[in-house]
Design a protein around this ligand. Structure first.
Ligand SMILES: [Zn+2]
Length: 157
C-alpha cells in the first residue's frame, strides 16, 4: 500500500504501532499498518482507515529524524553519534562496534523499533559506510604525508 506522498509503505504489526503511537489514539489501531519511510513526509503509519503523523507518535522515529543523534538501536538505546564515536576511537568492524555499544543485542525490536524489525540491517549499512569514510580519510592523510616527504626530499637535493 502506498502513502499519500507516493512512497511504498512497509507493513508493520498492530503491536508495533501501538507501542509508538500516543495512547490517546490507541482506539484507532484495529489492524496492521504501513510505515512511510520518506523523510520528507509527515505520515509515520497509515492504513486504509487511519493515519498517524509525527506529532501523534511519541518515539523519535529514525527514518524521519535528521541530525547525528538519530537512534540506531532502540532496545539498547544506541544512537548514530555513539557509533561514530566508537569508530573514531578505533573500532574497525561491525562486530567491534557491536561489542562496544551493545548494538543489536536487544530482543524487543517488535515493540521498541518503530518499524518492528531488527535494527541490524540499518546499522550495518551505517557502520560500513562510516568505516569506509574513515579508511579513505586515513589513506588520504598517508598519501599527503608521503607527498610531503617527497617534496622535502626533493628540495634538499
Ligand atoms: Zn509518506
Amino acid at each position: 500500500m502506498n502513502c499519500e506522498c507516493g512512497m511504498n509503505g512497509l507493513k508493520v504489526k498492530k503491536i508495533t504501532v501501538g507501542s509508538h503511537v500516543n495512547p490517546e489514539y490507541w482506539h484507532l489501531i484495529d489492524d496492521d499498518f504501513y510505515a512511510c519511510q520518506n523523510p520528507e513526509c509527515d505520515i509515520v503509519y497509515f492504513n486504509k482507515l487511519a493515519k498517524f503523523t509525527l506529532n501523534q507518535v511519541k518515539t523519535r522515529v529514525f527514518f524521519k529524524a535528521t541530525g547525528s543523534s538519530r537512534p540506531l538501536c532502540y532496545c539498547k538505546q544506541v544512537t548514530e553519534e555513539d557509533v561514530l564515536k566508537t569508530i573514531e576511537e578505533g573500532a574497525r568492524s561491525v562486530e567491534e562496534v557491536e561489542k562496544v555499544t551493545e548494538l543489536g543485542d536487544g530482543k524487543f525490536c517488535v515493540v521498541t523499533n518503530p518499524l518492528g524489525r531488527c535494527c541490524k540491517e540499518y546499522y550495518t549499512k551505517f557502520i560500513n559506510k562510516h568505516l569506509s569514510i574513515k579508511e579513505r580519510s586515513i589513506k588520504k592523510k598517508l598519501e599527503m604525508a608521503e607527498e610531503e616527504e617527497k617534496r622535502v626530499d626533493s628540495c634538499c637535493t
